[in-house]
Design a protein around this ligand. Structure first.
Ligand SMILES: [Fe+2]
Ligand SMILES: [Fe+2]
Length: 378
């Protein structure tokens, strides 16, 4: 038991050291990382304890020796699994975030992300192959009395630290709640003032919706801003006669080709936003809006339509070049949107990949006619 307690403290300290050095270098000023006052990051301690159990099981031959790639996968999974609930619990309990990966690509609500978990997976190899065996050898050299005293001492210190930290954080949480309440009361007052001259029924309705919830409000504003920005980006296309022509033909189900293109642009825009893929937004929207600019009804039974699936990306691209003089990158995105059907035309840019995926998604949803239920615009 003492061995595990001491290992927990050792790796919590190493984690704190690593994070503090890393954050200090990035921010060019001293950053004391960690949940507690003391120089430890318990999440590293818990993660490494898990590694220690595995190490002991392998040593006792209850488990086969782990190859480096198995450790990498395990480290990746443990990091993904450990970070999300820890961040969620800390935020729900204390209204604060200890880490935020919102700007990292492929993150889940900013709590955990694929790139950071890949880094943790790599670090796990170092921990399992070098640090844990070293710690194990070091801990064996301690006498029983010394490890008893050390374990007791460290547990006492962390208990005091945790008490102090939680009491300070609870105080912080109370202040945040007071600010939130103040904000809500203030907004309710304003609403009441604005509508005080309206009739009583109107007032009744307004008083019911005037209870503001900060997070919901913020989400609503964010959603509205997101839609406004998208509309700003696509509005010019609706003035073009050649784009308007797409509205005459049905693409899938009851959706016209123009509506389909707008749906693909919208889904591409959302994928780029939500997954923080940092694609060129303008190029993405333009290529998506023009990706099916082939200008005929492909259901009309004309014998030349038999190869429509293979031909139309090139036809659309040629039309787009003729009418909009678009860049090479956008042309490539239009030509590759039917991949893997057009096997040799592989999407090469981030924008092309997003459009290729969004096109498949929209085509399926439009064909089964569940457009609104699955977030399409038309
Ligand atoms: Fe298409
Ligand atoms: Fe399409």
């Amino acid at each position: 038991m003492n061995r595990y307690i001491l290992a927990f403290f050792l790796f919590s300290f190493l984690g704190w050291l690593w994070e503090s050095i890393y954050c200090t270098m990035r921010k060019h000023k001293w950053a004391n990382r960690g949940f507690l006052y003391g120089p430890i990051c318990p999440i590293y301690g818990f993660g490494s304890l898990f590694g220690f159990f595995i190490y002991d099981l392998c040593k006792a031959e209850h488990l086969p020796t782990m190859e480096w790639w198995m450790i990498f996968i395990l480290g990746f999974i443990v990091s993904m699994v450990l970070e999300y609930p820890t961040s969620w619990i800390l935020e729900k309990r204390f209204n604060a975030r200890w880490w935020d990966y919102s700007n990292v690509p492929l993150n889940i609500n900013g709590r955990t992300s694929v790139p950071t978990s890949l880094a943790f997976g790599t670090a796990s190899i170092l921990v399992m192959k070098v640090l844990i065996p070293l710690a194990d050898r070091g801990l064996i050299t301690l006498s029983e009395t010394l490890s008893n005293i050390l374990a007791l001492l460290l547990v006492s210190i962390i208990s005091m630290d945790a008490t102090l930290t939680i009491s300070a954080l609870t105080d912080f949480q109370r202040r945040v709640a007071a600010i939130d309440e103040g904000f809500q009361n203030h907004m309710t007052d304003i609403i009441n003032q604005v509508y005080s001259n309206q009739n009583s029924l109107y007032n009744k309705v307004i008083s019911r919706i005037a209870v503001f919830k900060l997070s919901e409000r913020k989400n609503k504003i964010a959603k509205q801003l997101c839609e406004e920005r998208f509309e700003e980006l696509i509005k010019d296309y609706f003035e073009s006669d050649v784009v308007k022509q797409m509205g005459q033909y049905i693409q899938h189900g009851t959706t016209t080709t123009l509506e389909h293109c707008e749906n693909v642009a919208w889904i591409s825009y959302l994928i780029n936003e939500k997954l923080h893929l940092n694609a060129d937004e303008k190029a993405l929207i333009e290529a998506a809006m023009l990706h099916d600019l082939f200008l005929y009804d492909w259901h009309d039974g004309d014998p030349s339509r038999k190869t429509h699936g293979f031909d139309h990306p090139d036809i659309a691209c040629n039309n787009a070049v003729k009418h909009f003089d678009i860049s090479e990158k956008k042309q490539e995105a239009i030509r590759s949107h039917m991949w893997p059907l057009t096997i040799t035309k592989i999407p090469k840019s981030r924008e092309a990949l997003i459009i290729c995926f969004a096109d498949k998604y929209c085509a399926i949803i439009e064909t089964i006619r569940l457009n609104k239920k699955f977030g399409l615009r038309h």
